[in-house]
Design a binder for this molecule. Structure first.
Ligand code: FES
Length: 117
């Protein structure tokens, strides 16, 4: 698994994915209203099941608002700083298999650069 042995300089994890799980109760749109929690839970489970979790490998973390709410739900992968939007759990499977495991960006799910709040 060569992609896992190439962390960024000084990186504790080879890849780190953050999911916005922000929920707004004032009626404004947010990632929580678009399946963010399910995506996070699925990603965490898949990474663990694939044996990808841990130091030198992959970490899946929750985040608050990442200020790109118009693309909700969103997640970002470092060190590449690739932003994703996803629709269903199959999209998460593809991010795990392609990017987190093998370092290949899933272009069809990349959040367009102009998408902000
Ligand atoms: S609510 Fe998710 S990026 Fe703002």
């Amino acid at each position: 698994m060569p992609a896992m042995s190439e962390p960024s300089a000084g990186g504790y994890y080879a890849r780190h994915i953050f999911f916005c799980l922000n929920e707004r109760k004032n009626g404004e749109d947010c990632c929580a209203a678009h399946g963010a929690q399910a995506g996070f839970d699925h990603c965490k489970a898949r990474v663990k099941a694939e044996g990808l979790a841990g130091a030198g490998k992959v970490r899946v973390n929750k985040a608050g608002c990442l200020d790109r709410c118009a693309g909700a739900p969103v997640a970002v992968v470092y060190p590449e700083a690739v932003w994703y939007t996803f629709v269903d759990l199959e999209d998460i499977d593809e991010i795990v298999e392609s990017h987190l495991k093998n370092g290949q960006v899933v272009q069809r799910l990349v959040l367009p650069p102009q998408v902000g709040r």
